[in-house]
Each structure stands twice: as C-alpha cells, then as structure tokens.
Design a protein around this ligand. Structure first.
Ligand SMILES: Nc1nc2c(ncn2[C@@H]2O[C@H](COP(=O)(O)OP(=O)(O)OP(=O)(O)O)[C@@H](O)[C@H]2O)c(=O)[nH]1
Ligand SMILES: [Mg+2]
Length: 368
C-alpha cells in the first residue's frame, strides 16, 4: 500500500516521514525544488497480535505488513491553476492509495511560512483546491477530445465513450463547485469507466495537524479545532502531533523512548497512530498465515471473500481454492495454540464466499 505525504512547503512533511519511519530512510530537504525526487520510506505495520503469533510459532521469518510512504515536494497555492505541478509530482501522486496532508500549525520564525502567516484551515482548504484544480485540468482536456472520438466511434465503443463523457461532465460540474471527487458516489459501472484516471481529489485523504512542541498533550487549540471541524464535516480523519518531537522519539532506543513519551504524556507514537488511521481510512484489515517457516500478515479490504484473500498470497491458491481453515486470533490466544483451539471447535472450515475477518489466521487448502 502506498501513501502520499502532501502539504505546503515547510509544513513538516519530511519531518513527519522521519517520525513515522524512524528516520531510517535516507531523507533530504527539498528546499522548494519542484523537480526533486520524493523521499520514500517503507514502514512495517506494528501489530501486537502478530508479535504474539510469532512468539507462539517461533518461525524462521516474521513478515509484517508494510506501508510505503512517499514524501513529495511542497505544493504552493495557485500552482495547479498555472499548470505548474510537475509531471513527476503528479505521477507519484497518481500512484498512491491515500493522501496524508500535513498541515502546519507550529509557529517558528526561523521557518518562514510560504503564505506569511499560520492559518491551518486556510492551508488545508488551499491544498484541497490544488487537488480539485489539477483534476479539473485533466477533465477539461479529456472532454475536449472526447466529442471528436464519439463522432468517430460506433457500437459498444461509442456507448462506452458516451458514458465516460457523461461521468466526466458530472465530475466537471462538481469540481467547478470546488468540491472534491471523493464526495461523489459512483456505481460499479461508472467506477470502472473512469478508473484509469486516478483523480487526485478522489483519493481518500486524512490530515496530520503538525502542532508545536508546547501544544503536546493539550486539548486542540482554536486553530486546530477549526481545522478539525472542517475536516470532520468533509469526512477527513484528523490526528495531531508534533512532527519534530516525534522524529526525535522515533530515533531513540526503546527504553529511552518509553521514558520520554511518558514524561511528555504521549500515549502512542505517531507511527502507530498514523498507520491505524490510514487502515481505518482505507477500510483495511489484516489476516495472518502462520507456521514454523513464516508468520505473515496480509492486508485486505474489510469483507474481502476468502477466495480473493487467497489470491493475495498466490493466484494458484485462488484458482485452486478448496477451503479455508480459519482460526480467529482471539481463539488462538485464548486456547494457547491451534490444536487446542481445534479441540474446542473454534477452528472452522470456510468456503470461497466467507468474508475474512480482521485477525483471522488462515490455512488455505487448494489443488492445482
Ligand atoms: N518548531 C517546529 N519545527 C518544525 C516542526 N515540524 C517541522 N519543523 C521544522 O520546519 C522545517 C521544515 O520542515 P520539513 O519537514 O523539511 O518540511 P517539508 O514540508 O518537508 O518542507 P519542503 O519539503 O521544503 O516542502 C524544518 O526546519 C523543521 O525542523 C514542528 O513540529 N515544530
Ligand atoms: Mg520535505
């Protein structure tokens, strides 16, 4: 899974990336360079259930799920309108599954704000507008060509192009009202017709309010409260933390980190909070495959059916699917191990259509 970290210049995007990744990824300051390569970090998804399973099986390998974070260069308000978003930046953003918008709340005279003052709500709205305008640009260009194409085409191809045109026209109107595409409901057919576009304002988005050191452990200040009200009205989850302090914490060893967090009243690291928020934003859950060789976590969308979940592991397992032997994590934990859970009747055999639940430990039976 890929997550794009976006925001205005100097909002603290790279700082947040370091905080989430433990600073192990090589990062460099963009210093406003529009064509800079993104910073990329791959972060393991922490899961105490998997820790326990790994203790139980003592496998040769424990493979956690991972999230790839892509920290791109800062977006300046008005850039999309002037068509100044670089093709590299756009192509990086088009590939991500979700966007994390880092909004600057901290004030620091030695780090000038590109708009000259601290106003988180204004910045969040400005960035949303950049996404909207970028999408509008794509749609306007496409609509201009589609008319000619429709005249040339015949039969089902013509029908498909007409459907595309009608959806894009609807999108166009929606965006012109300054509303992001993630607030439009599409049926399956419509979704399929426009999937190739990867519109930016259609991507699930959450907000990180990058607060000042002095605000840690306190209630939201007025600026964050206003931002949060707007975010929740627009169904964007918001979490607040101080990127700079979290970056320091992420670089400490475990005992020092624990002490430091306790002293500051930070209950959970920004990494854990952010990953949990992204999972919930994208409606993701984990299932596990367990054994002496490997204990591995797999990420799926909630309610994925067993046969599709099997396909995550290998297409052969999906094609040759016979049954899924399922032990819920809680049952294993309660009974102590697989056999004990089986004796108590807590291990079930499920078919193709079974909706895999968060924490299921699954042994797929298949034949090819
Ligand atoms: N005081 C304070 N400074 C911060 C905080 N977060 C980031 N900074 C500082 O703000 C400056 C910019 O941070 P970066 O993480 O490089 O910001 P960025 O959004 O990646 O900037 P660009 O990549 O240039 O767009 C750095 O000097 C950080 O140390 C914070 O929470 N508090
Ligand atoms: Mg940066």
């Amino acid at each position: 899974m890929k997550v794009g970290i976006i925001g205005l210049p100097a909002a603290g995007k790279t700082t947040v990336l370091n905080a989430i990744s433990g600073g192990s990824a090589e990062v460099h300051a963009y210093a406003g360079k529009a064509d800079a390569e993104p910073n990329i970090a791959v972060v393991s998804v922490p899961d105490s259930r998997q820790d326990w399973l790994s203790e139980l099986y003592k496998p040769k390998k424990t493979t956690y799920a991972t999230v790839e974070l892509v920290d791109v260069t800062g977006l300046n308000p008005g850039q999309a309108k002037k068509e100044e978003l670089s093709p590299q930046l756009l192509s990086h953003l088009r590939q991500v599954d979700a966007l994390v918008h880092v909004v600057r709340v901290f004030d620091n005279p030695s780090v000038p704000h590109p708009s000259g003052s601290i106003d988180p709500l204004r910045d969040a709205q400005n960035l949303e507008l950049e996404l909207i305008v970028a999408d509008l640009g794509v749609i306007e260009k496409r609509l201009a060509k589609l008319d000619q194409e429709i005249q040339r085409k015949k039969g089902p191809e013509k029908t498909r192009a007409e459907l595309e045109r009608s959806i894009l026209a609807r999108f166009n109107e929606h965006l012109a009202d300054e509303k992001p595409l993630r607030t439009i409901e599409l049926n399956d057919e419509e979704d399929k017709a426009i999937r190739g576009y990867t519109f930016l304002s259609q991507k699930p988005l959450m907000i990180v309010a990058n607060i000042a050191e002095a605000e840690i452990g306190k209630e939201f200040n007025q600026a964050v409260s206003r931002l949060n009200e707007w975010a929740s009205a627009n169904k964007m989850p918001l979490i607040a933390f101080c990127g700079k302090v979290e970056m320091d914490i992420a670089q400490m060893d475990a005992s020092e980190r624990h002490e430091f967090m306790e002293a500051l009243g930070i209950e959970e690291s920004s990494r854990d909070r952010l990953i949990r928020a992204v999972y919930s934003l994208l409606n993701l859950v984990a299932f596990f495959t367990v054994g002496d060789d490997e204990v591995k976590a797999w990420t799926i969308t909630r309610d994925t059916i067993a046969q599709m979940a099997a396909g995550k592991i290998h297409t052969d397992i999906q094609r040759g699917f016979i049954r899924a032997e399922v032990a819920p994590y809680d049952a294993l934990r309660q009974c102590g191990n697989w056999n004990a859970a089986k004796e108590k009747g807590l291990v079930r055999l499920e078919g193709k259509e079974y909706k895999v639940q968060d924490g299921d430990c699954i042994n797929f039976r298949f034949a090819v």
